[in-house]
Design a protein around this ligand. Structure first.
Ligand SMILES: O=C(O)CCC(=O)C(=O)O
Length: 253
């Protein structure tokens, strides 16, 4: 087992430095900015989940539905997938990606501590995120924060909203480990790793794309939950002629 894999298995995260070259980051950032322009053209109300003027977040899911360069040179970038493969094996399926631009704001949060598993549970818990940075992410800019080693169990109430009062008392934003990063770095973390982030206190936007991936031998607990189901590497062992269609109709109740 590689040292990287041993670290990831024990700590639930890994910060990979310089996965993308400065030239690649420049193009990825330009296309990131174009996405932001496109989704804000009609005003902030058309932007995606977690967006809000008060929390400084502009977001959308699925950057690969906007930009071919992000698909071919971001998500399919061989060094990016080589590291993911060390963690979840040779069959890598895209659940979805999330683009977040975090601008200056003064709210607490905007991502209170949580685990991701309850939002997209998969049977064998192979889901990870690879968070690709195309800007710097310092503590003041609201870099990702985690509690190392918390991925060993699914915790109930580990959600970012007010349902998990006891959880938020146990895992406050203060006291967590800040994972600062440079453009081109990737922060990988397991979907049970407790994570969150504060708002950006600076005038420099923090720009990142989270790529959520699971093993092709694993499968979603809820087959009706939205999923790109795109094979980034290897094989999807659970695709069949019924679920290969993009939108699976929910049966009538
Ligand atoms: O981008 C961040 O700072 C955190 C995002 C997050 O926690 C999430 O998408 O689950």
């Amino acid at each position: 087992m590689s040292e990287r894999k041993a670290f990831f298995d024990e700590q639930g995260y890994y910060v990979a430095r310089g996965v993308y070259s400065p030239e690649e980051v420049a193009r990825l950032e330009a296309e990131f900015d174009r996405v932001i322009q496109q989704i804000t053209a009609g005003g902030p109300s058309i932007t995606g989940p977690n967006s809000g003027e008060d929390n400084g977040i502009i977001s959308t899911v699925n950057v690969q539905q906007y930009s071919a360069y992000w698909l071919t040179h971001g998500l399919l970038h061989p060094p990016f997938l080589d590291i993911a493969e060390e963690f979840i094996g040779p069959d890598i399926i895209l659940q979805h990606s999330s683009l977040y631009e975090k601008r200056k704001a003064s709210v607490v949060g905007p991502f209170r501590m949580h685990q991701d598993w309850s939002y997209v549970p998969v049977r064998d818990d192979t889901m990870i995120a690879g968070m690709i940075y195309v800007s710097p992410a310092t503590e003041a800019m609201g870099a990702l924060r985690i509690y190392p080693g918390t991925h060993h169990s699914r915790m109930e109430d580990a959600v970012a909203d007010d349902r998990g009062v006891a959880f938020h008392e146990k895992y406050p934003l203060e006291g967590s480990t800040v994972l600062e990063a440079d453009p081109g770095d990737v922060v990988y973390f397991h979907y049970r790793t407790v994570h969150g982030s504060t708002s950006n206190q600076t005038d420099t936007p923090r720009k990142a794309v989270h790529v959520r991936m699971f093993s092709g031998t694993d499968c979603r607990e809820d087959p009706y939950h939205f999923c790109e189901n795109l094979v980034l590497r290897g094989w999807n062992h659970h695709t069949n002629s019924a679920n290969a269609i993009k939108s699976v109709p929910r049966p009538a109740e």
